[in-house]
Design a protein around this ligand. Structure first.
Ligand SMILES: Cc1ncc(COP(=O)(O)O)c(C=O)c1O
Length: 387
């Protein structure tokens, strides 16, 4: 019975984990150099070292229902299979921590604390990796975000402050608050360790994680299947994903279209389309949420960030996806494909479908034009024009 089989496998995996705990304890007694012991374990090809090793190299899957419906191959990068915080933010959190360790800004088990302003996902990745690397995590998030995320953060051992949403120019904005707390920690001689502000919106450790990881993997995976990629679709929360992937993919596939999927209430759609951030839904007195007025959490911006700016020149197009469309797409994916994802993923899928139809329409118009010219000896674009 499949039910029983799962249980047996679970117990087997648990047995191995216990074996290793004991091994590790005795090895610590024998050798003071813990790092050396880790490295020797990792040197065995069949083992991977720690939860960090489950980050990256996620599969690229065909979304069957959407591909059938559109006649295009719509692929999804399974970023929920990143094993620390189960989102693409694992790549960013790991990149930030690795860099800080290399630069001597973090020392494991010294009392160092990582501070971050986040709507949740980056915080979950940082909190998990902090546990794995010997740090504390202090997460500041706006109080209008899902409680499930702050509950999970607390279970991971992070300190969490849910703060009243405020404009970015206000020092009580969740990002400014995280930066200030990190500074205060470092300056306080009575506190153990230092404070590190992770700074996901501005640090180039963010887009570089996607340049070196997500973007490269998409190219290699698609190339291995013998296919190219016509378009890459992503939303932007910090902009790191779309910028990093766009930079890598455009370098390899000069004709690829980079498209932004933007939720309602965000200013990025207008930025891409018209060069300005403002959107009608941003009018004072009309908003239900203070930052980005949408039920979609994690994507959408009403300000410029370095991570979006660094790749913004490469973004060819944008589409606005309403909350209702995002909800419907999330339901569709769950019901038709068994893919249970959040609204930021469903926004991308909604746009991918729209983009496929737009591409097909483009091809149709092109061939209609050729057919018309062959048939009538003139360009269809001339139809209706006056002398
Ligand atoms: C759930 C979710 N999806 C997508 C994103 C967007 O990624 P990026 O910050 O790289 O633009 C975020 C960002 O926080 C997120 O939390």
């Amino acid at each position: 019975m499949p039910y029983d089989t799962h249980h047996v496998v679970g117990a087997f995996i648990g047995g191995i984990a216990v074996t290793y705990t004991i091994y590790e304890l005795s090895s610590r007694l024998r050798r003071s150099d813990q790092q050396q012991s880790h490295e020797s374990l990792a040197a065995r090809p069949q083992y991977k070292l720690g939860i960090e090793s489950t980050i990256g190299n996620t599969p690229l899957i065909v979304i069957k229902s959407l591909s059938e419906a559109t006649g295009c191959t719509i692929l999804a990068k399974c970023e929920f299979l990143n094993g620390a915080g189960n989102s693409p933010k694992d790549r960013v959190a790991l990149s930030i921590i690795n860099r800080a360790e290399e630069e001597g800004l973090l020392t494991p088990y010294s009392g160092d604390t990582i501070y971050e302003g986040t709507v949740g996902s980056t915080g979950i990745s940082l909190a998990t990796l902090s546990r794995a690397r010997g740090y504390s995590a202090h997460i500041i998030m706006p109080s209008d975000q899902a409680h499930e995320k702050s509950d999970l953060l607390r279970k991971l051992g992070a300190r969490v402050d849910r703060v009243t949403p405020a404009p970015i120019v206000d020092q009580s904005h969740f990002v400014n608050r995280a930066r200030n707390l990190a500074r205060e920690h470092t300056a306080d001689p009575d506190r153990a360790g230092r404070g590190l502000f992770a700074d996901q919106f501005e640090t180039d450790a963010n887009w570089k994680a996607h340049f070196e990881g997500t973007g490269r993997e998409i190219f290699e995976q698609a190339s291995a299947e013998g296919g190219g990629v016509d378009a890459f679709v992503a939303g932007a929360g910090t902009g790191g994903t779309i910028s990093g992937c766009a930079m890598y993919l455009r370098g390899k596939l000069p004709d690829i279209r980079i498209v932004l999927a933007d939720p309602q209430g965000s200013g990025l759609y207008n930025k891409v389309k018209h060069g300005v951030m403002f959107h009608g839904l941003e009018r004072e007195g009309t908003r239900r949420r203070a930052q980005v007025d949408t039920v979609v959490e994690g994507i959408g911006l009403t300000r410029s960030t370095k991570n979006f700016e660094v790749g913004s020149e490469l973004v060819d197009d944008a589409v606005k996806v309403t909350d209702d469309q995002a909800r419907r797409m999330a339901r569709w994916l769950c019901e038709k494909d068994g893919i249970f994802v959040g609204s930021s993923s469903s926004v991308n899928c909604k746009f991918a479908v729209y983009d496929c139809f737009a591409m097909l329409l483009g091809i149709l118009v092109k061939y209609a034009n050729i057919w018309y010219r062959l048939r009538c000896g003139q360009d269809s674009s001339a139809v209706g024009s006056r002398p």
